[in-house]
Design a protein around this ligand. Sequence first.
Ligand SMILES: [Zn+2]
Length: 240
Amino acid sequence: MKFNGNILDVIEKKGISLNGNHEQVWNHVDFLGDEHIATSIETPMREDAFDLTDDKKMEIIEKHFEQIMLTLGLDLNDDSLMGTPHRVAKMYVKEIFQGLNPQNKPKMSVFENKFRYGQMLVEKNISLNSTCEHHFLPIVGKAHVAYMSSGKVIGLSKINRIVDYFARRPQVQERLTVQIAEELKKALETEDVAVVIDARHMCVSSRGIQDESSATVTAEYSGKFKNEKVKEEFLTYIGL
Ligand SMILES: [Zn+2]
């Protein structure tokens, strides 16, 4: 997507355009948000996403988060609240959203499949912590990943790292599932990849409909995993 103007100007403009037709925009946003629709496989990013240093981003976020807290009426002179804007800024940039920056992508070293293991390899119950991009609330669950080697294999911990990298972004679960699958297909040079994510969304359990027990399952099957027998074998391994 093309954007005009420097990112700092845009932040500035957004900051002052608080009048206008917000009611209408919010209605639309709320509708979209609760439907959890993903608009594209790629995370929508600005072209100038990395013009600012991490330190500059933290500085700006800290200032804005302070404004949010003040607007809510919180007293930032309180010892317990004083450090929160800084903590949130650091957490966003360096931890829970660090997967936005391609520089943080794990190196995908693959090896020759010396053992000639041609069956399905399943890495199941990978801990998944992500953030819903519509509400900025946690998505917590498990990812299950499988592939069949075309001659290349990958270190098992790399699979966890890839899941974690794409999870550390504002996400929708469908996009996260596809992004992990696409990355593994590229690295392993095979279409025979399956990814299932089983997760709970705090935006569903703690607000809105307040459903405590529901979970969302998304799946991406490609290559041989589209075959019903193969898919069934995979689902048996992961217990779904
Ligand atoms: Zn949400």
